[in-house]
Design a protein around this ligand. Structure first.
Ligand code: C2E
Ligand code: MG
Ligand code: MG
Ligand code: MG
Length: 291
């Protein structure tokens, strides 16, 4: 019997799987340590009103200040965080920093909103609305100053539970944005049935705006549809003055992109806001809406 048991164990032992699970454990411990050591920091990218040009909000974008590898973009680690089941923890880190910073800017008289990206897992987390509520109270930030961004892919996973979370968040009085619009399933049912306040047109339609007629048609009709449904429209990935001008003509509400400002640490954003406020006509003449 002993010999048989041993054979069974040997037969079932898979060194590759063992290495993989040990590797996962190591990654999880490394990420946990990074969270505890405050290595994740939030950078901010402004969103500016088209026609006027005032910064009306910022998007919070997480970075990992890695002790050896330097500043890492989310594309380099979000997948790992997700696999390690640490996304709810990271979401709280970003929310905490974003809400605190937004409250600080408001105390300085800057009426900005802060937008924070959620993950699919956060959207299925029944504890999230309560945590967000507590956070807003702790930093005395009005709920209307916070916008949470989700993508269509995140909702598809479990539309019923996602809707429950979105409704609970909405009941707090904060804003909800549909991110990367046009790249996913772009189901009109989501626009009709889910409680969004804002639609963010994906940068793939915005980056080269003005060079392809199709992009102009898509941005124009999406904006018209969103407005008819009572949603604000944000264009992501504005990289050129030409795109900015066209977006204003097409009636898009706000713009976000490298042409205006890259995501930067909070102190740099404060300086950018100051410089912009001091500067004369903030947008080129071509960017003024047509009468
Ligand atoms: P996103 O939410 O769609 O954020 C916009 C991304 O586009 C950011 O990349 C931003 O730096 C980049 N971007 C802004 N303007 C331009 C432009 O003019 N041209 C181009 N080419 N890119 C521009 P980033 O910071 O690397 O973030 C990538 C994605 O990672 C985000 O896409 C979002 O899905 C995710 N992400 C970022 N921060 C968080 C977070 O705190 N939590 C979660 N769950 N996801 C996050
Ligand atoms: Mg986003
Ligand atoms: Mg996006
Ligand atoms: Mg994205």
């Amino acid at each position: 019997y002993a010999a048989k048991a041993e054979r069974t164990v040997v037969a079932h032992y898979d060194p590759q799987r063992d290495t993989a699970s040990r590797e996962r454990l190591r990654t999880r411990q490394m990420l946990r340590r990074a969270i505890e050591q405050d290595e994740f920091e939030v950078h901010y990218q402004p969103q500016c009103a088209l026609g006027g040009g005032a910064a009306v909000g910022v998007e919070a974008l997480v970075r990992w200040r890695h002790p050896e590898r330097g500043l890492l973009p989310p594309g380099a680690f979000l997948e790992l965080v997700e696999q390690a089941h640490l996304m709810p923890a990271l979401t709280l880190v970003v929310l905490e920093q974003g809400v605190q910073q937004c409250a600080a800017w408001r105390r300085q008289g800057r009426e900005l909103t802060v937008s924070v990206n959620l993950s699919a897992r956060s959207l299925l987390d029944p504890e999230l609305p309560g945590q967000v509520d507590a956070l807003l109270r702790r930093h005395a930030l009005p709920a209307a100053a916070l916008v949470l961004e989700v993508t269509e892919e995140m909702i598809v996973t479990d539309p019923v539970r996602s809707l429950a979370t979105l409704d609970a968040l909405r009941a707090l009085g904060l804003g909800l944005a549909l991110d990367d619009y046009g790249t996913g399933y772009a189901s009109l049912r989501y626009l009709r049935d889910l409680p969004f306040d804002e639609l963010k047109i994906d940068r793939s339609f915005v980056q080269d705006l003005g060079t392809r007629a199709a992009d102009t048609a898509i941005v124009a009709s999406t904006t018209e549809l969103a407005h008819a449904l009572g949603l604000r429209v944000v264009a992501e990935g504005v990289e050129t003055a030409a795109a900015l001008g066209l977006l204003a003509e097409l009636g898009v509400d706000t713009a976000q992109g490298y042409h205006l400002c890259r995501p930067v640490p909070a102190t740099d954003l404060s300086a950018w806001l100051e410089a912009r406020a001091a500067a004369a006509p903030p947008l080129p003449a071509g960017a003024q809406p047509l009468e």
